[in-house]
Ligand binder design. Structure first.
Ligand SMILES: Nc1nc2c(ncn2[C@@H]2O[C@H](COP(=O)(O)OP(=O)(O)OP(=O)(O)O)[C@@H](O)[C@H]2O)c(=O)[nH]1
Ligand SMILES: [Mg+2]
Length: 689
């Protein structure tokens, strides 16, 4: 895909005056941050002890840890206040335009980083490519396919008309540039709300203002994603927050977009509006989060300031959401947080008179009744509004998830690599001192180490390949079985209905059985693939240990090799995709009433449902299992590269080709380094534990 890049520069715009409020709520992250600091210090020390190569490795690990960026995707109902919440969370009210036209489908990722300079603020916008654009429009997206299949010609026609109208508008707006722009990316060395608006906001007033818009370039029709990189010194670590378009739009054009956005983040915040909490209308939303771990879903009920009696209404809303999640197999343990982007904005901008006293009183009483506000605490008005806005609770929930999830995994991974680096340095020291004291040791034969390394690498890749092949082929069989047995059961139930009740009454069938079968197949596959990956990693680590043993006469007590943990298996979010059976109401009954005769019902039904579920099964079999395979192979490769670097260093000591660049032969210096190494290894053991 061709990506042309345009860079334009302009001074950065200042953000909100009260951004210091953002720091509230991150207390729970402190244990992670402390370990991360200590790990980074240890890496700096290790970098100083070793040679140039190990120094480079230590620096790379240090950088990865410092810039690790857990990400959070915000999804939810249209107009629930996702964008307003995101603006508040990033401390820049009005940065992203709220109230955008429902046709836009831009996913905006805000990358917040305390470790970059304000001058590093930048933005890039990517447009749909030709194929994506075609898919979105020519067939009217998923809903078009669905309508065609369900025989809902009228709806389909409606979608087509809208789509054609939209396409025409876009062409008029963007003129001849239109086709050229598809697939491109525009990069800027700054951003502000005007710039972002041009790319994500389809203003309604826009037609009247054709000339100016032309001159400015309004690209919102075709923008697929926006990436904003922002200096944010108030946060304790980098974070990425993704704003997505609302879910429950009639045309479902955005469903695939939301599914992808959820997959890209570990943590998902579902934003609901307090006055419409979770009704059964939001089944599509519940299905989308049903496959994400409960613990990684946070439900933010926004617009609490609009409730007339929050003290009583909040507990009711909370209970009703819980019940809906239980009834519909959603993530029932998800944490529920009540908030108000409106209060948060007032606090950030310092426009305290924007909120009236009565509302503040209502909110305060509610917070006190929930023991969420300490009445004794002396808070400034901004702090009070900020705390009442619930944003610190949102950040506290995110902090907990990062600490126990992403964050801990990151620490483990980097501590293991650092441990291997330290072990390698230690081994190099031992080889040197052994050779110093026993001049009779024969040197390592040229090429011997290389041959061993190559043998281990080939063998590891081969075992990884065949272990994954086996899990994947097992998975494919399970998927086929699941789909077939669902089709049989559903068709059986359909025939039963026709026999017992007849065609006069519309038959309904709940497709959740299929989702459960597919989910189970995926979970079993995920576990098998992880187990297989882990075994290969451990075997490979043992093979490396045997090199130390055979080539360098170092025993197991002298060192250990840490096998990396297998990569995480991402949740199968796409199982939540809407299929014809989920659509009740007019479409389904039309499909139903158009059939004539039992046979026609049964075969056409089976065909339709197969066509509807094939893409899901295909994607599990294809992209999903591919990405698990790729992650496993990548992690193995990294491990092997790491070991190759370390062993090559040790090998150079053993065959006498290493100089004394790191002073290993300086006896006094070497013993000092050894004690530093021992200390570093102790710290690493504590962190990984
Ligand atoms: N009173 C009140 N209004 C809010 C709050 N949050 C958002 N709004 C208003 O709700 C409307 C929709 O807000 P957005 O932030 O655009 O909502 P969204 O979820 O991003 O909407 P879509 O992206 O179109 O799905 C705007 O008019 C906001 O001013 C809140 O906490 N309280
Ligand atoms: Mg929005």
């Amino acid at each position: 895909m061709k990506h042309e890049t345009t860079i334009m520069d302009q001074a950065a715009t200042p953000t909100s005056g009260n951004a210091h409020l953002l720091g509230r709520g991150f207390e729970g992250l402190e244990p992670f941050l402390a370990k991360s600091r200590s790990l980074r210090q240890t890496l700096v020390k290790l970098g100083k002890i070793g040679d140039k190569e190990s120094n480079r490795t230590a620096r790379r690990l240090h950088h990865q840890l410092k810039h690790a960026e857990p990400s959070i995707t915000m999804i939810g109902q249209v107009k629930a206040g996702k964008t307003s919440l995101v603006n508040a969370m990033v401390g820049w009210p009005d940065l992203l335009p709220a109230d955008v036209n429902p046709w836009t489908s831009v996913v905006t990722s805000l990358h917040l980083n305390p470790h970059v300079a304000p001058e590093d603020n930048r933005a890039s916008f990517r447009f749909f490519d030709m194929a994506e654009w075609g898919r979105l429009l020519d067939r009217g997206g998923r809903i078009g396919e669905l309508a065609a299949r369900a025989g809902a010609e009228e709806e389909l026609e409606k979608v087509r008309e809208q789509v054609i109208e939209m396409r025409e508008k876009s062409r008029n707006r963007l003129g001849e540039k239109f086709e050229l722009l598809l697939g491109q990316q525009h990069d800027y060395g700054y951003f502000d709300s005007d710039l972002i608006e041009r790319y994500v906001c389809l203003g309604d007033d826009f037609e009247d203002d054709y000339e100016t818009s032309q001159a400015q370039g309004r690209f919102a029709d075709i923008t697929k994603s926006a990436e904003i990189f922002m200096h944010r010194p108030e946060l304790p670590m980098p974070l990425c927050i993704r704003d997505t378009p609302g879910v429950n739009d009639t045309f479902m054009i955005r469903e695939q977009i939301t599914i992808r956005a959820i997959r890209e983040s570990r943590i998902c915040v579902v934003v609901l509006a307090a006055h419409q909490a979770l009704s059964s209308v939001d089944m599509a939303l519940i299905r989308l989060i049903a496959n994400v771990k409960s613990r990684e879903v946070i439900i933010a009920v926004n617009r609490v300031d609009e409730l007339s009696d929050p003290v009583n209404q909040v507990p009711e809303i909370r209970d009703s959401i819980r019940q809906t999640l239980i009834d519909h197999d959603g993530p029932k343990d998800a944490e529920i947080i009540f908030c108000s982007a409106y209060f948060a904005t007032a606090a950030l901008t310092g426009q305290l008179d924007a909120v009236d006293e009565e509302t503040v009183e209502l909110m305060r009483n509610w917070a006190v009744s929930e023991e969420a506000l300490d009445e004794e605490a002396e808070l400034s008005t901004e702090e009070l509004l900020w705390d009442l806005s619930g944003l610190p609770n949102v950040y506290a929930a995110i902090s907990e998830r990062v600490k126990e999830g992403n964050g801990q995994e990151m620490l483990d991974r980097i501590a293991k690599s650092a441990m291997n680096l330290a072990n390698g340095l230690n081994a190099a020291h031992m080889v040197v001192s052994r050779r110093e004291s026993d001049k009779g040791l024969p040197p390592l034969e040229p090429g011997q180490l290389e041959a061993e390394l190559k043998r281990i690498e080939d063998e590891a890749m081969r075992s990884m390949g065949s272990a994954l092949d086996a899990s994947i082929s097992e998975f494919e069989k399970r998927l086929d079985r699941a789909q077939r047995s669902f089709l049989e059961r559903a068709t059986g139930s359909l025939l039963q209905h026709l026999e017992d009740i007849g065609a006069g009454e519309v038959w309904q069938y709940d497709p959740s059985g299929l989702r459960i079968l597919l989910r189970t197949a995926y979970q079993v596959f995920g576990r098998n693939a992880q187990k297989a990956t882990k075994n290969v990693m451990i075997e490979t680590a043992e093979s490396y240990a045997s090199i130390y043993h055979r080539l360098f006469e170092l025993s197991d007590e002298d060192f250990g090799i840490e096998a990396p943990a297998p990569p995480r298996v991402p949740p199968p979010v796409l199982l939540g995709q809407t299929i014809a059976l989920d659509l009740q109401g007019s479409w389904w009954s039309r499909w139903w009433h158009k059939r004539r005769g039992y046979r026609s019902f049964a075969t056409e039904f089976a065909e339709m449902i197969k066509a509807e579920t094939d893409p899901i099964v295909e994607s599990l079999r294809g992209t999903h299992s591919d990405s698990i395979r790729e992650a496993a192979v990548r992690s193995l490769r990294e491990f092997m590269d790491e070991q190759r670097g370390i062993l090559t260093r040790v090998g150079a000591e053993a065959d006498g080709s290493a100089g004394d660049s790191d002073g290993l032969r300086d006896v006094a210096g070497a013993s000092e380094k050894r004690s530093q190494l021992r200390q570093a290894m102790q710290t690493l053991t504590d962190i990984a534990a």
